[in-house]
Write a protein that binds this ligand. Structure first.
Ligand SMILES: Nc1ncnc2c1ncn2[C@@H]1O[C@H](COP(=O)(O)OP(=O)(O)OP(=O)(O)O)[C@@H](O)[C@H]1O
Ligand SMILES: [Mg+2]
Length: 345
């Protein structure tokens, strides 16, 4: 069973010292634009609730200005909420005294930014060790620990170099190493790979997935790229104008987009890779006719299902985990589903 690491409940952020009137309007159902027109105040986050499970990579998506960075900063309290709560391991951060909050931030949570934010006059090692240095750890211990993390991200040989001697992709690895060195439970990543070219970007995604297999941190990852979200996310949430429009697994988002705003992110993305036989099944087919015929499990991926169906000149039954027949897939039903999918592309 999954347990919630971060619980966000009815969270609001209005950029003002006096948010009450704007809050009232939002709670009455007015949109971010209407609230701005009436009060002149900008809404960053509007009544957002969701859980992030321990050990998962949760991806937050949305267009520019939809509130992603505001939300990620609310989680480590770089931004103060106007209303609502954020619980981490069941504890309300808003109730922590300031000194405790600072300690908590240093030990349990780390953030990786889009701009690498490295210090130019410090070596790779000194940059990566910065979080530990701030936390007051002893130099020898700190450097050993950081070297170990630099090795994990493939930068051991560059420890004595300066940021300007490194490519963008390598600089972002330093940013990641700096976050990992403090050994946080929670890693917040705001468009961390967006400045990298597509190849370097997938390389970083692979590195992160590989590290995650051994470490099981809770990762909250902001991205505006659906391809990236599908690749790394166990769940995806999509924001529009400060509100959450959908939350679900990659499969749920692909097969059941909440609205056209969500569908727009599909453009140019091969969403069919995320379909399985269960999505392709023709349930109207007379099941009696499938008796004794070939079968495939509902989890079969689209390419496998195609191979299976095209290799037979009869319908292939699709069965659930209990081996019950859900329906079948024929060459014709496959074509219909693929044509439907192609309309999104
Ligand atoms: N410090 C601030 N003061 C006032 N308004 C702000 C502040 N920070 C963000 N906003 C506003 O809050 C809204 C959400 O901004 P935010 O930076 O969270 O969006 P985003 O989804 O991260 O966008 P991007 O993809 O461009 O990074 C925007 O309308 C923005 O103008
Ligand atoms: Mg942002």
């Amino acid at each position: 069973m999954s347990t919630a690491k971060i619980q966000i409940k009815n969270l609001y952020k209005i950029f003002s010292d006096r948010p009450q009137e704007a809050l009232r309007l939002l709670k009455e159902g007015h949109s971010k634009d209407e609230v701005f027109a009436k009060t002149g105040l900008v809404t960053g986050v509007n009544n957002v609730s969701f859980d992030v499970n321990a050990g998962e990579i949760f991806v937050l998506m949305g267009l520019s200005g939809s509130g992603k960075s505001t939300l990620i900063r609310l989680i480590n309290r770089l931004v103060e909420p106007s209303a609502g709560s954020i619980l981490v391991d069941g504890e309300d951060l808003a109730k922590l005294p300031h000194a405790e909050l600072v300690k908590w931030r240093r030990r349990r949570i780390a953030m990786v930014f889009q701009s690498f934010a490295l210090m130019p006059h410090r070596t790779v090692l000194e940059n990566a060790a910065f979080g530990l240095e701030v936390a007051g750890s002893q130099k020898g211990w700190r450097e050993d620990k950081t070297m170990h993390v630099l090795e994990q991200v493939g930068l051991k040989a560059y420890a004595k170099k300066y940021p300007r001697q490194l490519s963008g992709g390598m600089q972002q690895r330093v940013g990641l190493a700096r976050a990992l060195a403090v050994d946080p439970d929670i890693l917040l990543m705001d468009e961390a790979f967006s400045a990298l070219d597509p190849l370097k970007r997938t390389e970083m995604q692979d590195l992160m997935l590989e590290l995650q297999r051994g470490q099981q941190r809770t990762i909250f990852f902001v991205s505006h790229d659906l391809e990236e979200a599908l690749r790394i996310g166990s769940r995806i949430a999509i924001m529009e104008g400060g509100t959450l429009v959908q939350e679900g697994t990659p499969h749920e988002i692909i097969t059941n987009p909440a609205n056209d705003y969500v569908r727009k992110f599909f453009k140019g993305v091969d969403t069919s890779r995320y379909l399985t036989a269960a999505d392709l099944v023709d349930s109207g087919y007379d099941k009696a006719q499938l008796n004794g015929g070939p079968r495939m499990p509902w989890t079969t991926t689209l390419p496998e299902a195609m191979r299976h169906v095209l290799g037979q000149d009869q319908p292939v039954g699709v069965v659930d985990d209990a081996n019950q027949l859900l329906g079948c897939i024929t060459a014709k039903s496959l074509l219909v589903k693929i044509a439907e999918g192609a309309r999104h592309a």
